[in-house]
Design a protein around this ligand. Structure first.
Ligand SMILES: Nc1ncnc2c1ncn2[C@@H]1O[C@H](COP(=O)(O)OP(=O)(O)OP(=O)(O)O)[C@@H](O)[C@H]1O
Ligand SMILES: [Mg+2]
Length: 490
């Protein structure tokens, strides 16, 4: 008989120097790195976050300071370790973290020296920990300093003093960001990158930056405004009903929006709504995890991005307990649906792309082009429905647009529903009766619009019976009861 060999265990601890160098290249961009650091501030319940970016001849650093609940010395020490938390441990429902890596990997992708200071409420002392990659390279050891005296740290810290509690993250020796000598051109390029980063943050955190409980993020003292991909405040945005996709006992919410035809937007509105990557790129699903945007526009390789589909944007809400099913990555910038959901997601995608196509190719329905000028003063505009003239309220009227932009998304939607009611029951539109003629696609469009109007009324508080009755009283929707019921599954 063969004698079995005794198996020994030998430690194989990762080498500090090569590992830290590899961690610098996990693929963050300036935008995704800053977003990951801000995630931590939001998870710590900060209401105010300041990003300070400095680059002059004497000083260069980026700091992120917040008034969140901070950390004590032990927690800070733990937080600075690579892999400070176990990714399989449950997290609170609003935690934006998962892997115990983000702070370090994001910072190392930009800089060689990371200093974190933190203060708990009621404590005057700020505890400090510093990683310096040059030191790790020299010593090949994970040596963490407990203080810093660099001018960047002092400069950043001088702005942090006023908070009763909070955390400050300072990134110095920005060798991955500042790769050129100080010159006018290099400075211009640097600040352009910072401006791009600002756009990204206003998109990624837009749901935190608006609303009653809004938090405030400042970049060098300037407030970052929220950028809503769905133009919820625009009265011309079409909103679909939310759909809930069940998978393994968890529910994902999909909420589709079709953005307005470009003729309904001013040049400025159109440019802004295109977003950081432009209209074509920004179509598709917007994947959120605990309200934080991970992916701004993807069809998950199920459909191609195309021009007519560019008005379709679909909010997809995930929670933090779906991370592994959806393959969320450390950088919080990618996700893929579990195979069980792919068919339903594909169907939602197709429906939204088709709805976008209809709006995109919308032409000629407005009869009187003269009164369709973007900033016109006309109250009514004429459209053609079933070959007859139909009057509708000019959604581009300056006062209406102005009022709409000041309303919450919910109030804007209700106002829009009310305006549709006014149009439907306007005496001059009452004579539009008769069977639907023309192409079947035209009829389908009319059914879609009746069904979406009916669902808006239900959202506004009508019962489904009342909403249906109201819609059927509108002459152009006469006789469509069954179609609407089928469409809405009433
Ligand atoms: N600004 C902050 N305020 C309070 N605690 C913080 C702050 N930043 C980091 N921490 C603490 O440090 C820990 C480590 O942060 P890190 O970003 O490295 O990992 P994570 O957030 O746990 O997970 P992920 O890798 O997914 O971001 C956090 O879990 C949190 O406890
Ligand atoms: Mg984190």
């Amino acid at each position: 008989m063969m004698k079995s060999k005794k198996i020994n265990r030998k430690l194989a601890v990762p080498e500090a120097a090569p590992l830290v160098l590899s961690l610098r290249s996990v693929g963050y961009t300036l935008e995704t790195a800053l977003a990951d650091i801000i995630d931590n501030s939001i998870a710590a319940k900060a209401t105010e976050i300041h990003i300070d970016v400095k680059w002059n001849k004497e000083l260069d650093y980026i700091s992120v300071r917040d008034n969140g609940y901070g950390m004590n010395e032990d927690n800070l020490h733990q937080a600075m370790k690579i892999g400070s938390k176990n990714p399989i441990d449950p997290r609170s429902h609003d935690d934006l973290g998962r892997f115990g890596m983000g702070l370090k990997t994001a910072a190392f992708s930009l800089c060689k020296r990371l200093t974190v200071g933190s203060k708990l409420l009621g404590s005057n002392a700020i505890c400090v920990r510093v990683w310096d990659i040059d030191n790790i390279m020299d010593s090949n050891r994970w040596e963490l300093f407990d203080d810093s005296s660099t001018s960047a740290w002092k400069d950043a810290l001088s702005r942090f003093g006023n908070y009763g509690q909070g955390t400050i993250v300072v990134m110095e020796k920005l060798d991955r960001l500042i790769t050129e000598n100080y010159s006018d051109q290099a400075i211009g390029r640097f600040w352009q990158r910072i401006a791009d980063m600002e756009k990204h943050l206003s998109m990624v955190f837009h749901r935190f930056l608006s609303g009653a409980q809004a938090i405030h993020i400042f970049l060098n003292g300037q407030k970052i405004e929220s950028w809503d991909p769905f133009m919820r405040k625009s009265l011309a945005t079409q909103e679909f009903r939310e759909e809930f996709l069940e998978c393994n006992g968890k529910s994902v919410c999909a909420h589709a929006f079709i953005l307005p035809h470009h003729s309904k937007l001013s040049v400025k509105e159109y440019d802004e709504a295109g977003g950081a990557s432009g209209w074509l790129e920004q179509q598709g699903f917007y994947v959120y995890r605990n309200k934080r945007l991970l992916v701004p526009g993807t069809w998950f390789k199920m459909l191609r991005k195309n021009e007519p589909g560019q008005l379709a944007r679909i909010q997809l809400d995930l929670t933090g307990d779906m991370d592994f099913g959806w393959k969320i990555d450390v950088k919080k910038s990618s996700a893929a649906p579990p195979s069980m959901l792919r068919e339903r997601i594909r169907r939602i995608a197709r429906t939204a792309q088709e709805a976008s196509r209809k709006v995109y190719y919308y032409r000629g329905a407005v009869v009187n082009q003269q009164i369709k000028a973007e900033d016109n003063d006309a109250i009514w505009e004429q459209a053609s429905v079933r070959g007859r003239t139909f009057f509708r309220i000019n959604r581009n009227h300056a006062i209406l647009k102005d009022a709409g932009s000041e309303l919450s998304a919910d109030a804007a939607k209700k106002l829009n529903t009310f305006i549709s009611l006014v149009e439907g029951f306007a005496p001059m539109n009452a004579s539009l009766t008769g069977p639907v003629t023309g192409e079947s696609s035209q009829k389908n469009e009319l059914i879609d619009s009746a069904a979406s109007f009916c669902s808006d009324l239900i959202d506004a508080g009508y019962s489904s019976c009342e909403a249906l009755r109201k819609v059927l009283q509108i002459s152009i929707y006469e006789g469509m009861a069954e179609d609407i019921k089928n469409k809405l599954q009433l």
